[in-house]
Design a protein around this ligand. Sequence first.
Ligand SMILES: *Cc1c(COP(=O)(O)O)cnc(C)c1O
Length: 360
Amino acid sequence: MSKKMKLHNFNSGPSILPPSVLEKAAAAILDFEGSGLSILEIGHRTALFQQVMDEAVQSVKSLMQIGDDYEVLFLHGGATTQFMQVPMNLLDTHETAAYCDNGIWGNKAIKEAAHFGNVQVVTDSTGNKHTRIDKDFEVDPAAKYLHFTTNNTVEGTQWHNLPNTSVPLVADMSSDIFYAPRNFNQFSLIYAGAQKNMGAAGVNMVVVKKEILGKISRKIPTIMDYQKHIAAGSLMNTPPVFAIYVSLLTLRWIMEEGGLSEMQLRNTAKSNLLYQTIDSLPVFEARVAKEDRSLMNAVFFLKDQSLEESFLSLCKQEGMIGVKGYRTVGGVRVSMYNAMPLSSVETFCELMKHFASKHG
Ligand SMILES: *Cc1c(COP(=O)(O)O)cnc(C)c1O
């Protein structure tokens, strides 16, 4: 190929990052801030890296509008590690935690929590194939916390309001962190793997309200203990230096672009356009309840399943990357994270219309 085709990266994660973030990350690999060293070569206990860590923590606090009652950690292990680290730190053996089962990730979190205490599954959308989020449920007031996944990456549903409960909220925000303003002060613990909406794979952000820690009798292995990470300022051992730097670059980008309300405007415009296009073309079908549709990951189907393969191969041919649905769900999944420009969604919608005109 002599002329490079323009690619539209709809990957679900790792996923699209702003071009300016990639350029700055690439430059830092060769020479980090004029130090003459690569960011891959600097010590994590140097002033150079401490500035990165401090600014990243401050940026998160400022975007979330949270105060000093919260701590921000950057840890290894991805969101999957948090499935066990959360109950290990918060849930004593004889205590109960409430969990929402609205998709594959929440379900994995439930299985891990069961290793540490009692789990009360308060809502389970398996019966409707996770196409709806049931918000009408009771949580035992004695439950230590309620865990839920704010955005179900695989199934394409999203919580647009907080669950109605007085127990502390713990949320996996891996795929919609910073997609819009939220009342972050309502949460006791938030975690997110960076590779969907805030950076590169290899780092996990944990935001925790200090008052919920230190209340269990279990002995916690040092590397798993939030309080020890807080005491060490996320520098207990070597942190994922480069991944944290890419997160910082993305956080700076969000702020330069206008912050979370601007992200919300953009994400609303993109997802409105895509869902309107799906709804207007009888060839396609979105099964998720309208009120629960995700602004980040739109999951939909070809009404005639035998057309799926030809639609997906047309997408591939036209440079639409990563739109095949998750293996257990099938269909099409279009991920539209913060860095995704409206123009790519427009191009994708044109392709859908073109396909519909041939197969309508
Ligand atoms: C991708 C994802 C995970 C898993 O993240 P890892 O970093 O791969 O462990 C967990 N929860 C949600 C909501 C996700 O989208």
